[in-house]
Design a protein. Structure first.
Length: 362
């Protein structure tokens, strides 16, 4: 690339420091004339693009085919030849979310998750504890009353010809949480409040159950009293923020497992770099899966791809841990398993919180 003419003045235009050579030793700016020709701007543009493109391709190659290599290079101080981990993560994750939340709504197949199933199982279990017989002791009668009342409170699938109340939650491919609300027991809030007043204190709904029921009845009223209503809450803008919370937590899990590693002491920032590189690979794989799923395929084929992807991520994590922290393969497998379990539980909790917040915002 053709360089601009150097200034005769040895004072840096950017920071004011003395410049002994072409570049300022204080801030790094080139000490050239501030007025540039259009041709020089064009050459700068192509030089920057081709340099970034070469750097990006090199970084992606090592990220995919040499797990842990970039983390080791970064920790060793070799950083100029590869993309900054934060910049790479932001770019790859942005591409993924752009692909994830754009697409054909007709083709999405979000599987609903019914959060009432566990409560229903508890209700049925409590009913099995009830003792029957003509002569029951006073203690057994009290226990039966308690079991009946708690089963009634937990029973979210009460059958009177058909389901009276249920909430089904799902997330579609556009970052929207879809709530399917079924309410055929009460027509309005006043009717629900009147029914609650007739119940003994031990059988009344708790604070959140009352809040949820009233919200559902208000939504029902907004939809002309329809008993079966589907509403959506857009949470797409919160999911990338959630990942920024999960990413440092992942680094915490890694750090906990290597806190007592005697050969070398690691600091949290090194685990954070490992987390950035691993998540960049995860999003890169998800981008590939996004393109694959655009092809019409059977449910079995989709399940096979999901299984292979999950297994591939685990193998990659094991290899990355083994290469970065230099421990045995079997020990790396055990630690990768522990990290995966902790991370999965954390993701489930965060997803539940996200859905809970979505419900509150309805």
């Amino acid at each position: 690339m053709k360089h601009s003419h150097l200034r005769h003045d040895k004072t840096c235009l950017n920071c004011g420091a003395h410049v002994s050579d072409r570049f300022c030793s204080h801030c790094g700016q080139e000490n050239t004339e501030p007025i540039e020709s259009f041709g020089h701007l064009i050459s700068h543009f192509f030089a920057d693009v081709t340099h970034w493109d070469s750097q990006f391709l090199t970084t992606i190659k090592y990220l995919v085919f040499k797990p842990g290599f970039l983390t080791k290079q970064y920790n060793a101080g070799k950083r100029l030849s590869y993309l900054n981990p934060i910049r790479m993560y932001i770019f790859i994750s942005a591409v993924f979310f752009l692909l994830m939340f754009s697409g054909n709504e007709e083709k999405e197949a979000a599987k609903p998750v019914n959060f009432n199933t566990f409560k229903q199982h508890l209700a049925d279990s409590l009913r099995t504890l009830e003792k029957t017989g003509k002569k029951l002791s006073k203690e057994d009668s009290i226990h039966n009353t308690i079991y009946t009342q708690w089963a009634g409170k937990l029973d979210t699938l009460k059958k009177i010809g058909k389901k009276d109340e249920s909430i089904t939650v799902a997330m579609n491919n556009h970052g929207e949480i879809v709530f399917k609300l079924l309410e055929n027991k009460y027509n309005n809030v006043a009717e629900y409040e009147a029914a609650q007043k007739k119940l003994p204190d031990t059988a009344k709904d708790g604070s959140f159950s009352r809040y949820a029921e009233k919200k559902i009845l208000r939504i029902k009223a907004e939809h002309s009293g329809a008993g079966d209503v589907t509403v959506k809450q857009n949470m797409a803008h919160d999911i990338p923020k959630l990942m920024f919370i999960l990413l440092p937590l992942f680094a915490v899990f890694v750090g906990m497992l290597y806190a007592f590693y005697n050969k070398k002491k690691y600091v949290y920032s090194q685990h954070a770099i490992f987390s950035l590189h691993f998540h960049s690979f995860v999003f890169l794989m998800l981008i590939v899966i996004c393109f694959i799923t655009k092809i019409n395929m059977s449910l079995v084929a989709g399940s096979i791809i999901s299984f292979i992807a999950t297994l591939g991520l685990f193998v990659y994590l094991v290899a990355a841990l083994h290469n970065v922290y230099q421990q045995g393969v079997w020990l790396s497998i055990l630690k990768a398993l522990a990290i995966s379990v902790c991370y999965t539980i954390t993701m489930m909790i965060c997803s539940a919180v996200l859905m809970f917040v979505g419900f509150l915002l309805l």
